[in-house]
Design a protein around this ligand. Structure first.
Ligand code: ADP
Length: 246
C-alpha cells in the first residue's frame, strides 16, 4: 500500500513554547491512524497543521499529490491545494445554526467547489443516509441532539470529497450516551476504507479501529505501532498515560 500522507520533521512554537519538536509519520491509504497522548502534548496542533489551520515553523506535509515544505512561507495556492485534500471534523461541529441540515451539507460543494446544486443535493442525501440521518435534511441544528449534530458535521466534511478525514476529538464534547452513535459512524467509515486520522481519548475505540497508533508526548512521537501497542506499550510514559485513561 502506498503512503497517502507524509508528515516529516514538523515543528511548531507558540511564543517561546515549542509544541511540536519534529513529528514524523506516514499514513497508508485506506487506514486509520489514532493520535493519543496527554492533554497539551501537541495532538491537535499536528492535526491542524495537516489542514494548514496552523502554519508549522518547519517540516513537510504531503497528502496525495499536494505537498508543502514549511521551511519557506507557503503560497496561497499551495495551501488551498493541500487543504482541499482533507476534511476536518472538530470537537464542536460548527454547523451554521441558521441553515438546515441540507443547507449545511451543500454550502461547501456549491459555494466553494461550484458544483451544480442538484448534484450536491443528491450527494448530501446519500451522505445523510451514510451517517444514519436520512429524512432529517430539513431540520435545523438546534433541533438535533449533539450526537446527530456531530454526525452532520462528519457528513459535511465528507461532502467536500476529501481524500482524508481528520477528526479532532470528535466525541469529547458529547454527553456519554451520545458517544457511541458517533463512534459507530466513524467505525463504518473505517470499514469502507476511508483514510482517517483521529485524535481521541477513546482508547477502547482506538483498539478496535486503529491500524496505526501514534503516542505523542511533549511534542514528539514517544511510541508508535499497531493497535497492539495499546495492550503492550513498551515505553514507560505510554504505560503511565494508558493507566490513567483506561
Ligand atoms: P493536545 O491536542 O495534545 O491537547 P494541543 O496541540 O492542543 O495539544 O496544544 C499543545 C500546546 O500548545 C498546549 O500547551 C497549548 O496550550 C498550546 N497551544 C495550542 N494552540 C495554541 C495557540 N493558538 N496559541 C498558543 N498556544 C497554543
Amino acid at each position: 500500500m502506498s503512503d497517502l500522507i507524509e508528515v516529516r520533521g514538523l515543528t511548531k512554537s507558540f511564543g517561546d513554547q515549542q509544541v511540536l519538536k519534529g513529528v514524523d509519520f506516514t499514513v497508508a491509504a485506506g487506514t486509520v491512524t489514532v493520535l493519543l497522548g496527554p492533554s497539551g502534548s501537541g495532538k491537535t496542533t499536528v492535526l491542524r497543521s495537516m489542514n494548514v489551520l496552523e502554519t508549522p515553523d518547519a517540516g513537510l506535509v504531503r497528502i496525495g499529490d499536494a505537498a508543502i515544505d514549511f521551511s519557506s512561507r507557503p503560497d496561497r495556492r499551495a495551501v488551498k491545494a493541500l487543504r482541499a485534500r482533507s476534511g476536518m471534523v472538530f470537537q464542536a461541529h460548527n454547523l451554521f445554526p441558521h441553515k438546515t441540515v441540507l443547507g449545511n451539507l451543500i454550502e461547501g460543494p456549491v459555494q466553494v467547489q461550484k458544483r451544480p446544486v442538484d448534484e450536491a443535493v443528491a450527494d448530501a442525501r446519500a451522505l445523510l443516509e451514510q451517517v444514519g440521518l436520512a429524512g432529517r435534511q430539513d431540520a435545523y441544528p438546534s433541533q438535533l441532539s449533539g450526537g446527530q449534530q456531530q454526525r452532520v458535521g462528519i457528513a459535511r466534511a465528507l461532502a467536500l470529497e476529501p481524500e482524508v478525514l481528520l477528526l479532532d476529538e470528535p466525541t469529547s464534547a458529547l454527553d456519554p450516551e451520545l458517544v457511541g452513535e458517533v463512534l459507530a459512524v466513524i467505525r463504518d467509515l473505517a470499514a469502507q476504507n476511508w483514510t482517517l486520522v483521529i485524535v481521541t481519548h477513546e482508547v477502547r475505540f482506538a483498539q478496535h479501529v486503529a491500524d496505526q497508533v501514534l503516542f505523542l508526548d511533549e511534542g514528539v512521537i514517544a511510541e508508535r505501532g499497531g493497535a497492539e501497542v495499546l495492550a503492550n506499550p513498551r515505553e514507560e510514559r505510554t504505560r503511565r498515560f494508558l493507566a490513567r485513561v483506561l
